[in-house]
Write a protein that binds this ligand. Sequence first.
Ligand SMILES: Cc1cc2nc3c(=O)[nH]c(=O)nc-3n(C[C@H](O)[C@H](O)[C@H](O)COP(=O)(O)O)c2cc1C
Length: 244
Amino acid sequence: MDVISLLKGHRSIRKFTEEPIDEPVITDLIAAGLATATSSNLQGTTVIRVRDAEKRAAIATLAGGQTYVESAAAFFVWCADLHRSAMACEMAGGDFHAGMTEHFIIAATDCALAAQSTVAAAESIGLGICYIGGIRNDPTQMTELLELPEQVMPLFGLCLGWPDQDPAVKPRLPLSVTLKDDRYDQSNDQAGIEAYDEQMREYYKERTGGKVDRTWSADMSGLLGKESRPFMRDYLDGQGFATK
Ligand SMILES: Cc1cc2nc3c(=O)[nH]c(=O)nc-3n(C[C@H](O)[C@H](O)[C@H](O)COP(=O)(O)O)c2cc1C
């Protein structure tokens, strides 16, 4: 399959077979991800593969009972990492200026881009994936569980395995809303969102045999209409990130 069709055909997989993934394949997928462009060659990503069954169970629970964290053939935690770069500063006899929001953005961006390259590589060989942002329900417990030092933050998990389901591709907002020319022109946004709401309503109905009648706008209002993980700023401060 060509790369564009592969990317457009992405869908998250939440049910996996028990078939393992060959170890060299796993290593290669992570190496492919880490070959992604990285801001100033900082390489602000550390990937922790969680093999220990008890740790996986604990993560599945703190992520809100996401059982596929345990059943996926492989599970990784992708961490934004400035710790190693701080060490490099010291090795070079220089200073590390801790707590810069900009540095945190760099590491988080690096990490997300690298993960997505691993995802694309994995999907290109027929594997299924599911990101797990639910690990941020309890970043402190994640930090203890994985013994993360300061300047390392667990951004999201990633389940990898052979798909045992074949869900439909979830439609995205129309490009009339998300792709703009030269300026932030909002004139098509409301109509585009209304059309997408109807498309998502149909998608959910089809996916759930008519049980779910929801729109994207309603989803957003449920998600963004309330505080979300309000402990995050204190957590970031505690890890030495994002204080100025
Ligand atoms: C950073 C990130 C975190 C996510 N966290 C979760 C999660 O905790 N649990 C889950 O089931 N899906 C999670 N997802 C998957 C999204 O729900 C999914 O990508 C989105 O609904 C679009 O569906 P699709 O991936 O099938 O196209 C996450 C996706 C991303 C990018």
